[in-house]
Design a protein. Structure first.
Length: 179
């Protein structure tokens, strides 16, 4: 019997589901009764929306610019391709972001001394200050919504989420962050 697929929208979340996969559970509108994977998907979507609003309220940087600048701050001298992988975007998508960060004086491009074909990205003092300010604002936004849990509870949640990621990697053959 072929798997019938339906596109269903629940609580701002779209799920492709088949009738033999327990559609009724995945279409549950009450988060308290959703299967865990449906709840994880819903929470992920809502956290992404919260993240985007927090970035918009906290900084003039785009979310991609914030992640790119963070990647360069964590490891100064990364290549454009390495930063793109860190941002989960293609290098071509990142180019205008890097151009804008450079134009704003937040990072610089520098030729590698050993291989002139390689361009390294370096964060500037202004970039580090902008990054610190942005993360303070974003961090405060998330601190307000994060529930307090004990380390044992956090370990159980982390173990479950890592198992879901592992299952996704196995199902999808791994994930290339640059697309």
């Amino acid at each position: 019997m072929p798997l019938r697929r339906e596109r269903k929208t629940i609580c701002h979340l779209t799920i492709l589901s088949g009738y033999d996969l327990g559609v009724a559970g995945f279409l549950e509108r009450d988060p308290r009764r959703m299967p865990l994977t449906g709840l994880v998907a819903l929470v992920g979507r809502r956290l992404t929306q919260h993240w985007e609003r927090a970035v918009a309220r906290s900084t003039d940087l785009s979310r991609t610019a914030l992640i790119a600048l963070t990647a360069v701050d964590e490891q100064d001298g990364r290549t454009h391709r390495e930063v793109a992988q860190h941002c989960w975007v293609r290098p071509a998508t990142l180019t205008p972001v890097i151009d804008a960060l450079e134009a704003d004086g937040l990072l610089t491009r520098q030729r590698d001394t050993a291989d002139r074909r390689v361009v390294r990205l370096r964060i500037t003092p202004a970039g580090r200050a902008a990054l610190h300010s942005a993360w303070q604002g974003v961090g405060a936004e998330f601190h307000r919504i994060e529930p307090e849990i004990n380390p044992a509870e956090a370990d159980v949640i982390r173990k479950y989420l890592l198992a879901v990621l592992s299952g996704l990697d196995e199902e999808e053959g791994g994930c290339d962050p640059s697309g």
